[in-house]
Design a protein around this ligand. Structure first.
Ligand code: THU
Length: 144
């Protein structure tokens, strides 16, 4: 596929609601589902998976990013995340960082007032570009 694929927000929302129904959230009782369009046209989804050791719970977006990588990688273009009622949910801070890594600043996240780019959810983001800058410095500091 060439160019950015068309974003079908309704389809993404339906897929997010469907995968939310498979969430494992016995502790919070707050199921979450996420569905995203990938740069090559694929759809990837994820749901939250909690744990008796509470802090180990995985957000829906973590599962989605795992599915992205496991199914061939690529860049996230747009994502819908929903709660147990099917209402749009804004990603938590950690997940915003995950989305920045795999979608970049222009990736769109569905919100009630219209899609928001990740750059608006995570301004001045730390990312791969910062590591590259430090690596360059380290390389320059290497003795001849
Ligand atoms: N949760 C997500 O899956 N994604 C978010 O962006 C926010 C929170 C999950 C984590 C936990 O299983 C439940 O929602 C309640 O916090």
């Amino acid at each position: 596929m060439t160019g950015t694929p068309e974003i079908d927000w309704e389809l993404l929302r339906r897929e997010a609601v469907a995968v939310m129904g498979r969430a494992y959230a016995p502790y919070s009782k707050y199921p979450v589902g996420a569905a995203a369009l990938v740069s090559d046209g694929r759809l990837v989804t994820g749901c939250n998976v909690e744990n008796a050791s509470y802090g180990l719970g995985l957000c829906a977006e973590c599962g989605l990013v795992s599915a992205l990588t496991a199914s061939g990688g690529g860049r996230l273009v747009a994502m819908v995340c929903v709660d147990g009622a099917g209402a749009l949910l804004m990603p938590c801070g950690r997940c915003r960082q995950l989305l920045f890594e795999h979608g970049g600043p222009d990736m769109l996240v569905a919100a009630d007032g219209g899609p928001i780019p990740v750059a608006g959810l995570l301004p001045h983001a730390f990312g791969p570009q910062d590591l590259a800058a430090t690596a360059n410095l380290a390389a320059r500091a290497e003795p001849e």
